[in-house]
Ligand binder design. Structure first.
Ligand code: ATP
Length: 243
């Protein structure tokens, strides 16, 4: 059974600002869902809330049948949900292999990936990091840092993976390589939620797209329907938007 994730009537307030206002979204197991919207619409707040960095002031977050809001990120990781960060933060003196090894010690879940992809080296290889596996993180390119974010999350053996702008700042070619990694993760049975600003990536990769605007749910559906919806064009994509 592939893991379902849902948020119900979630509100997150920073002082007087409601970064999320009574948002409900179901992320069915086995899908790749794109989470899109203008800057400041609440996407990262949603990812931070689901993964336990933020506690909602109202509403609930469920992973399968279990309520996870209020739990710490490490507890949520053990339950099968891992995430990447928009801005990779890794200790510059540690090697790629050392960074990937940390979640193994703490989380200890069995990976969905094919048999044989389960230790630091095989996860590094899966993510295209073999050539730099012994390199210190402070010497990595942005592409390798983004790959390492994915590798570190995969080392948690997640049922659900949240990807926060993992292709930002990459060349077309490097982004394409990362897209292929995401497809392979999904094909292995992992439920994926991806925040991304490049709509061609969303249209090609996602089964479904959810749009946030000013902390509220604006649209939810198949990519071609959502990306052509007048309300989404007006709030986010622009009237002249073409894929
Ligand atoms: N820690 C915080 N303290 C105060 N306000 C915050 C905090 N985090 C986010 N916000 C505000 O909440 C709103 C939603 O921000 P969020 O980062 O979730 O948007 P986003 O859709 O991820 O934007 P972007 O596409 O620029 O990453 C914004 O108005 C932002 O300024």
């Amino acid at each position: 059974m592939k893991a379902n994730l849902s948020v119900e009537n979630v509100t997150v307030a920073f002082g007087g600002l409601k970064a999320l206002n009574n948002v409900s979204i179901a992320f069915p197991g086995g899908q790749i869902t794109g989470l899109i919207g203008p800057n400041g619409s609440g996407k990262s707040t949603m990812i931070n809330t689901i993964s336990g960095q933020l506690t909602p002031s109202a509403g609930s977050v469920r992973l399968g049948a279990q309520e996870i809001n209020g739990l710490r990120s490490d507890q949520i990781a053990v339950m099968g949900l891992a995430r990447t960060y928009q801005i990779p933060r890794v200790p510059p003196q540690l090697t790629v292999q050392e960074v990937i090894s940390v979640p193994f010690s703490y989380v200890r879940r069995k990976s969905h990936l094919a048999p044989g992809i389960g230790d630091e080296r095989s996860i590094a290889e899966f993510c295209g990091l073999s050539p730099v596996v012994m390199r210190r993180c402070g010497d990595l390119s942005i592409t390798d840092l983004r790959r390492l974010e994915i590798a570190r999350a995969l080392a948690c053996g997640p049922d659900v993976l949240l990807l926060d702008e993992v292709m930002a700042g990459l060349s077309h070619e490097d982004a394409h390589a990362v897209i292929e990694i995401v497809r392979r993760i999904h094909a292995a049975g992992v439920t994926v939620v991806i925040v991304e600003h490049v709509m061609s990536i969303i249209a090609n990769l996602c089964d479904r797209v959810v749009v946030l605007n000013q902390g509220e749910l604006l649209a939810d559906g198949k990519p071609k329907d959502v990306l052509s919806a007048p309300s989404v064009r007006e709030a986010y994509l622009g009237k002249g938007f073409k894929l």
